[in-house]
Design a protein around this ligand. Structure first.
Ligand SMILES: *Cc1c(COP(=O)(O)O)cnc(C)c1O
Length: 367
């Protein structure tokens, strides 16, 4: 492997602004979660961006999801419906509450949770649905919200991969009871590690802020009436987040451009599918998705190996959550078919058109 030529799947873009704001924090000494101005700024800007009344920053996307579910009152008496096709954190966050995690199938175009499958999985114990905006494409929120209203269920959007994605022009995170985001190093914007919760509910917002910080009474210091968490973000991380957030429009524009390069470069190649975009949706192309019709897992893995030998990093699609030992088996034929034929190709802010052309020509030769 030639390290100079190696094209990674993902890489953050850290420039002058990021260094400036983070240095500002280091110099000020306010590196933790109290004092300093960046957490406030980050939360306010994020709420504004998602068109929600409130936003609360957390230590990760996983803690954001867990905290939201706890604050909605999800317990071991409940069932939570999630898509079988997602990053494991969605399932784990629900599992931490003690609830039964029910995995259901996806739609084969969007790769997001299927509203029909949700309907079939609802029982008297169902309390919440977590649609995941997988790979940057929003879930079918109109249908999902309809179902939730009918059965009186909470909806929490897992928007960890979809900052800025839209449903009929409205940004994700503001389309249900709450939305959660991640700022891990490979996400749309990064804080190293970090997360955010968006909501329009004042009651939920207050509870989230309370439990994020050990449920400490705001009237009596070191007095606690519930078991809370330390799910806080630091001023240091928030400074990085604020700088990244100022560049989000550029990031999203570039991702769209990169997708265009792949589309162009792979034009005419038969039996493949790239990222889909529904008529009602605006995807943010968090990753480039390449699906090879009629492929299975071993054929897909062999292709990934060949690409690696040619210095091109790739990533397999997520495995079905229901196949993992911690979770119940689930009959999800679409998930089980699609995961085997999918991989993600390199896309990040600094990737060049020449690099994408190179990847496409390598792929064309193999396919
Ligand atoms: C990344 C991710 C998370 C978890 O985010 P962390 O910040 O890594 O904890 C949750 N859900 C999905 C769908 C993700 O991709």
């Amino acid at each position: 492997m030639n390290i100079d030529k190696f094209i990674p799947i993902s890489r953050p873009s850290i420039e002058k602004k990021e260094i400036e704001y983070v240095t500002d924090v280091i110099k000020s000494g306010w590196v933790s979660s109290t004092g300093g101005k960046y957490i406030d700024i980050f939360e306010k800007k994020f709420a504004q961006y998602c068109n929600t009344k409130y936003a609360v920053a957390t230590s990760s996307g996983t803690s954001a999801l867990h905290l939201t579910l706890v604050c909605l009152g999800i317990t071991s008496d409940d069932e939570v419906i999630i898509p079988d096709f997602t990053f494991i954190a969605t399932a784990n966050a629900a599992k931490y509450t003690g609830a039964k995690v029910v995995t259901v199938d996806i739609d084969d175009d969007t790769l997001c949770i299927s509203p029909e499958a949700i309907r079939k999985a609802i029982t008297s114990k169902t309390k919440a649905i977590i649609p995941v905006h997988v790979y940057g494409h929003p879930a079918n929120m109109l249908e999902i919200n309809k179902i939730a209203k009918e059965y009186n269920l909470f909806v929490v959007e897992d928007a960890a991969e979809a900052h800025g994605a839209k449903v009929n022009g409205k940004k994700v995170g503001g389309l249900s009871d709450a939305g959660t985001f991640s700022f891990f190093g490979n996400k749309i914007i990064t804080t190293g590690e970090g997360g955010m919760i968006t909501t329009n509910s004042k009651k939920l917002y207050k509870k989230i802020r309370y439990l994020r910080d050990h449920a400490m009474s705001d009237k009596k210091r070191y007095w606690h009436t519930e078991v809370g968490f330390n799910y806080r973000i630091t001023n240091l991380q928030a400074a990085l987040g604020v700088a990244q957030f100022e560049r989000i429009d550029d990031f999203l524009k570039k991702r769209k451009k990169i997708f265009g390069w792949y589309q162009e470069g792979l034009r005419g190649v038969k039996e493949i599918k790239l990222n889909h975009q529904s008529s009602w949706a605006t995807t943010v192309y968090w990753v480039i998705c390449l699906e090879l019709k009629n492929y299975n897992e071993s054929k897909r893995d062999a292709l990934m190996k060949t690409l690696k030998n040619k210095n091109v990093d790739t990533r397999p699609y997520f495995y079905p959550v229901s196949d993992m030992p911690m979770y119940d088996d689930s009959y999800t034929p679409i998930t089980h078919k699609i995961y085997q034929r999918g991989l993600n190709l390199p896309s990040y802010f600094d990737i060049t058109k020449e690099q994408v052309s190179l990847i496409c020509s390598i792929l064309k030769k193999i396919l």
